[in-house]
Design a protein. Structure first.
Length: 77
């Protein structure tokens, strides 16, 4: 059960990061999507979603590895 919850916790930021990459790609190719009024706002939100999604995923993995004790000395608290 714990692994399923961890998978769901990681799935949500992964989807958010993928959507952010899609928003940035559409902005580069000048395809404006419906809820966004201008391209620069669409690109900015895509960048924000991507950074937040990847950052959450990386922090989750770092925290897990710290608990296991498999990180190098400079990443330990």
């Amino acid at each position: 059960m714990g692994r399923l919850i961890a998978f769901i916790i990681l799935l949500i930021p992964g989807i958010m990061a993928a959507y952010g990459i899609k928003l940035m790609r559409d902005s580069v190719f000048n395809k404006l999507l419906e809820p966004y009024p201008v391209l620069w706002l669409q690109f900015s939100l895509g960048l924000l979603f991507t950074i937040l999604g990847i950052g959450f995923f990386a922090g989750f993995l770092l925290n897990r590895d710290r608990k296991k004790g498999t990180v190098s000395k400079r990443f330990q608290k």
